[in-house]
Design a binder for this molecule. Structure first.
Ligand code: PHE
Length: 363
């Protein structure tokens, strides 16, 4: 078309172009229509270029008509572009949608080892009685493991403990040992805190002893209470309450039997009632030794920097494997340390199962 194009020609061009715009089903097709009409060599652009050749008296009307044509086409293209863009976005949203209702991938769940679990229970029960947790190192100074506990160098108790001695000396020039019991934490707690004092100290202990019922590494929990007028009655009350809460047997028989430890005076071993034949705890007619205890020896208080004329206290020590095995019917000690995943799955505790931790505490 050129300067001779009639109004009908313009009208046809407009109708054809708008029809082409309406027929576009994607943005690329729409762009092709735009270029064909309004691009540098487009049909409308070509007509605008012929304005100069139109006689001056017709030029104003012609210009207005061509501009109206251009505006109509531009508006139609823009409207169509918005429709196509919205459709493209909808299609993309539909294609890329995430289904949040899919179940999550299963993640492997760990279980709590029965030793850890037993320590948690002991801490919970004594925690309710006002005891806090104290700790000491596995590699111990032999003064703290023995001497400060009134076990002098040639005392026979040193032989009983089958001690692992380590090479080298401590800063104080003492021998290094793997602690044979948690009792050195008594001294550490006394040296670190002024009385009164109520601590329990669970942890690893070591003796050169290995068979079906002994492991060279095992666990104990130590208890220590120091105050101005602590008596044997407090010791008995705490131990009886603990054992009945821990085993969940409100009338569990508990017997205190005179014994000997260098670091307590008087000393008592504590037995609980059970049935030797069935292994059942309670009123079975037999007794099972479960822990050692006594009133803290004056020499031990002095080693801990405490005046034994003003303060006194009780202490106890208990094997953790032993009470864990009794409570849960575990008959062999060795699997505790073998990291056999099948045993751990069968014997471990769910981390979220905290109900029984508090169960024995109410009564
Ligand atoms: N330490 C002793 C042991 O290992 C137990 C004990 C601790 C006894 C505290 C009395 C007081 O056998």
């Amino acid at each position: 078309m050129d300067a001779t194009a009639t109004m009908e020609d313009l009208e046809r061009l407009r109708a054809e172009t708008l029809a082409a715009v309406a027929a576009c089903s994607d943005l690329a097709a729409l762009e092709a229509v735009r270029v064909a009409a309004l691009g540098r060599n487009g049909s409308v652009t070509a007509l605008l270029k012929t304005l100069g050749a139109v006689p001056p008296e017709d030029r104003k009307a012609r210009g207005a008509a061509l501009n109206a044509l251009k505006d109509a086409i531009t508006a139609a293209i823009e409207a169509r572009r918005r429709v196509l863009e919205d459709a493209a976005l909808d299609a993309r949203l539909a294609a890329e949608r995430i289904d949040v209702t899919l179940p999550p991938r299963p993640s492997p769940e760990g279980l709590i080892h029965p030793i850890s679990r037993t320590i948690e229970e002991i801490v919970a029960i004594f925690g309710a009685m006002g005891f806090t947790v104290a700790e000491g190192p596995d590699v111990e100074d032999d003064w703290l493991n023995f001497g400060a506990l009134n076990i002098p160098p040639h005392h026979p108790a040193r032989q009983d403990h089958d001690t692992f001695y380590l090479p080298g000396r401590t800063a104080e020039g003492h021998e290094k040992v793997l602690r044979t019991h948690t009792s050195p934490v008594q001294i550490r707690a006394m040296l670190a805190n002024p009385p009164p004092l109520r601590v329990i100290a669970p942890g690893r202990t070591y003796r050169a002893d290995h068979d079906a019922t002994h492991s060279p590494m095992f666990h104990q929990v130590e208890g220590l209470a120091i105050d101005r007028d602590i008596t044997l009655a407090h010791l008995k009350g705490c131990i009886v309450d603990f054992l009945r809460a821990f085993f969940g047997i409100p009338d569990l028989p508990v017997r205190f039997r005179a014994s000997y430890f260098p670091f307590t005076e008087p000393s008592m071993e504590v037995d609980i009632g059970w049935n030797r034949r069935t292994g059942e705890l309670g009123r079975g007619g037999d007794w099972l030794e479960i822990l050692g205890s006594g009133m803290v020896h004056p020499k031990v208080l002095e080693a801990g920097g405490i005046d034994h004329r003003a303060w006194q206290g009780f202490a106890f020590g208990m094997g953790i494997e032993r009470i864990a095995m009794l409570k849960h019917g575990i008959t062999d000690l060795r699997p505790f340390y073998e990291s056999d995943i099948r045993w751990l799955r069968a014997t471990g505790f769910r981390p979220d199962d905290v109900a029984s931790l508090a169960a024995g505490l109410s009564g």
